[in-house]
Design a protein around this ligand. Structure first.
Ligand SMILES: [Zn+2]
Ligand SMILES: [Zn+2]
Length: 278
């Protein structure tokens, strides 16, 4: 693999050619700049962390396929990889997104995991590049939970490759600064509106919309929150996340006195409105 392929510089430029104009045409917040605060950091995430993640996924795939050869009967893996590619891709999306849902929900519910995931929620200006900002521990655990079963079951390489292209494109669209809702399909497929609400720094939207492709998973498990055509007023978290790349990587490991929303303290404390109501 060439260094350029590993860094994914070409792929990032292609994404920029698609999403920068799209954000201009369908801008949710037209005043938000393309070169917004923290964009440089997110470019490093996309290239450096992206390359590291690719290596990790490659190692995961190799070990899962190796284990699968001795644990899963050949007739099963052959039946799986023998299906039409579109059917395999659909199955991978469902299987992987169930894994994303479970691990994403755990990252919100367990305080020790939230500290890693808070990095992704620290973004206050959502756009397509924001999709790349995630702590490596968050990314590796999420990818392991969602992709190991896929590699284990023996799906064909071309259907896995197609899934990766769809998953990346969808992730960037979900974060993009675009006004786009999917009408009644919002109950089935994750829309930018759906994921923007996941990033809302508003109490009624906390711990909602965990899926990355299929909103129907949230609908089935009671965590779906897409109020009409409304969009959140603000994004982010109440804790102060470092603005620099190194600080963000160290953040989960630093002891703090300040408590975030999922560290136990914020969940118990009443809001000012609740205090006023008595
Ligand atoms: Zn989250
Ligand atoms: Zn996100």
């Amino acid at each position: 693999m060439e260094l350029m392929d590993l860094l994914g510089l070409q792929a990032l430029l292609i994404c920029a050619l698609i999403f920068v104009p799209l954000e201009h045409i369908l801008a949710l917040r037209p005043q938000q700049k393309t070169f917004r605060k923290g964009l440089g950091t997110d470019v490093i995430y996309a290239l450096v962390n992206g390359a590291f993640l690719k290596i990790c996924i490659f190692l995961m795939a190799a070990s899962a396929m190796y284990a699968s050869a001795s644990l899963v009967p050949a007739r099963v893996t052959m039946a799986v990889s023998g299906q039409a590619t579109w059917l395999q891709v659909t199955e991978i999306i469902i299987l992987a997104d169930l894994g994303v849902y479970a691990s994403h929900r755990a990252f919100h519910a367990i305080p020790a995991l939230w500290r890693f995931h808070a990095i992704h929620h620290g973004i206050e200006e959502l756009d397509w590049m924001a999709a790349f900002r995630a702590h490596p521990v968050d990314q590796i655990i999420t990818k392991a939970v969602s992709l190991l079963p896929v590699f284990f079951l023996g799906f064909s390489l071309e259907s896995i490759a197609a899934y990766f292209i769809i998953a990346t494109g969808h992730a960037l669209l979900l974060h993009a600064n675009v006004r786009m809702n999917f009408g009644p399909l919002k109950w089935v497929i994750a829309s930018p509106q759906f994921h923007h609400w996941h990033h809302a720094d508003q109490r009624d939207a906390y711990d909602k919309n965990f899926a990355s492709h299929l909103a129907i998973i949230d609908a089935l498990f009671g965590t779906f929150h897409v109020p009409g055509s409304r969009m959140p007023e603000k994004y982010g978290v109440d804790e102060s996340i470092p603005t620099d790349y190194v600080g963000q990587h160290g953040y989960p490991f630093v002891r703090r006195t300040q408590q975030g929303r999922n560290t136990g303290d914020a969940a118990i404390k009443p809001t000012p409105e609740e205090v006023a109501r008595g």
